[in-house]
Design a protein around this ligand. Structure first.
Ligand code: GLY
Ligand code: MN
Ligand code: MN
Length: 496
């Protein structure tokens, strides 16, 4: 038989993990016609997802374009889970997977190319291009989507395909027997509202197929996506390196009198120079603005003696970095700034030390907190470390998961394993109005008296130090270490 990879592609199309892995290996070693690294990834991801789902019908629908104004849209960005399974960033696609069924187990639905649409918004993917990107063999037109699902859910034959060169296939009744309909719903999570369209879609299908049981793909994606492959770590490294380059550049460029907006623009120019986008709007907060956690206005003139907090992340192939540096506009920390900065830095170091396989984000947070609270007591910003007083100055978690979403799915109690990537980002935010909102109790009156002098000394300083960390067999690797982090290293690069 000719070694043209056709057989291997049939194995991939079975969607079975072992067959897909063997086929990928065969294509890589024996056939010139290899899948791209990205397509190889998506082939294995689909096989793993199907292995976990076990049976039923898995359905993913494309994100929508969002309107910006009149006939102008925001740039389109594919829904991350569909992107994870297909590598395709085109609106209007849909994916059906049928774990446990006979072929076809993977079908991608693609809008038919439309020259008049392409004239306005650019080329649409051809069937061949979609195949090459995703490694999915069976590609059909989106117009067939609903009838395909109806057939799959009711066990009827369905024989149409987009490409006439292929032999006909049948949808057997495996999905119909189990009646499980898998969609991403985010049940019980804060993300559930993001999947409103999936819920509506499930309602529509349930109206036609009353026997189906809805199943939530969210926990499956969360468990799959949390461990990064070598390919994914490579994408993250690139995004993080670009982000660190932007931080280094700002440290050399910044001076009192510059506007936050100019730094924002400079950071974006570094991202774009490397072909990257941002994974979230840059936060460039100077002086009091540094105490607003997700400040995005970025339009204040920066004065001498102030600190500037920059929380930024380049995105490469949907993978986002998330790195924060807080630096003195004039190149040298004041005594007060340095005192608070060293507390945050020590908390970050304590958090790093807690990272190893088997640990959790909760433990990392607690390690940071112990150091932070001791520092706050030392400088007089809390009166004791046993309660929640520290929350006046540190009110967010220390870590989150990082990946396709800058806040990637995962929990605080997920057990660390090699390949997981998280942020470590303690901070202190001495907001000018923080004490105004304390309840007027006698205990709080006493607390106010105790901490008022320190508050007056440190108010309007906001500091966050955020780094991206890979869990390794031995412990961890700091991925964002090339952006200076210590007082000495920052002052040295700033050269003043
Ligand atoms: N950039 C958002 C965050 O640090 O979580
Ligand atoms: Mn973060
Ligand atoms: Mn951040």
């Amino acid at each position: 038989m000719k070694r043209d990879g056709r057989l291997a592609r049939r194995w991939i199309a079975t969607g079975r993990l072992a067959a897909a892995m063997a086929a990928v290996l065969f294509l890589q070693t024996a056939v010139g016609d290899t899948l791209t690294e990205k397509a190889t990834e998506t082939v294995l991801r689909r096989a793993r997802l199907m292995e976990r789902a076990g049976s039923g019908l898995v359905v993913l629908i494309s994100g929508e374009t969002k309107n910006f104004s009149n006939d102008v849209d925001y740039p389109f960005r594919q829904e991350n889970n569909l992107f994870y399974l297909t590598g395709i960033n085109q609106v209007g696609i849909a994916l059906a997977l049928r774990p446990g069924a006979q072929e076809p187990r993977e079908v991608l639905f693609l809008p038919r190319r439309d020259p008049s649409r392409e004239r306005w918004t650019g080329r649409m993917l051809s069937v061949e291009e979609a195949r090459r990107l995703s490694g999915i063999w069976d590609i059909r037109e989106t117009g067939e989507w609903e009838s395909f699902l109806d057939a799959a859910l009711s066990g009827k034959d369905h024989e149409k395909r987009l490409s006439s060169s292929e032999e006909h296939t049948r949808v057997d009744n495996a999905a119909a027997d189990s009646s499980d309909l898998w969609l991403i719903l985010g049940n019980g999570t804060a993300l559930a509202p993001l999947f409103r369209r999936e819920r509506v879609f499930a309602d529509t299908l349930a109206a036609r197929h009353p026997r189906i049981r809805r199943k939530d793909l969210y926990p499956l994606f969360r468990d799959l996506r949390i461990v990064k492959s070598a390919y994914e770590i490579g994408r993250l490294r690139k995004a993080i390196d670009i982000t660190c380059e932007a931080h280094q550049g700002v440290m050399q460029k910044i001076r009192p009198g510059i506007n936050e907006s100019e730094l924002d623009g400079f950071i974006h120019s570094v991202f774009r120079k490397h072909g990257a986008q941002w994974g979230f709007p840059s936060i460039v907060g100077s002086g009091p603005n540094a105490t607003t956690l997700h400040y995005e206005q970025n339009d204040r003139w920066i004065e001498d003696g102030e600190m500037v907090l920059m929380d930024i992340g380049a995105e490469v192939d949907h993978y986002s970095a998330d790195v924060t540096r807080t630096i003195p506009a004039g190149g040298r920390f004041t005594q007060e700034q340095k005192t608070l900065y060293e507390i945050v830095l020590a908390a970050q170091e304590a958090a790093f030390s807690a990272i190893r396989p088997g640990a959790t984000i909760r433990e990392v947070h607690n390690a940071a907190l112990t150091t932070l609270k001791a520092g706050l007591l030392r400088v007089g910003l809390v009166a004791d470390t046993t309660g929640n007083q520290y929350r006046m100055w540190f009110m967010h978690g220390t870590s989150h998961w990082l990946g396709l979403d800058v806040h990637d799915p995962g929990t605080r109690d997920t057990i660390f394993a090699p390949g997981m990537v998280l942020t470590v980002e303690p901070g202190l935010y001495i907001r000018e109005d923080a004490l105004d909102y304390l309840e007027k109790t006698s205990g709080n009156e006493k607390l106010l008296q105790t901490i008022r002098p320190a508050f007056e000394r440190y108010k309007n300083i906001g500091i966050r130090i955020e780094d991206d960390v890979l869990v390794t067999q031995e412990g961890y690797e700091l991925l964002s270490g090339s952006a200076p982090r210590t007082v000495e290293a920052i002052e040295m690069l700033m050269g003043r």
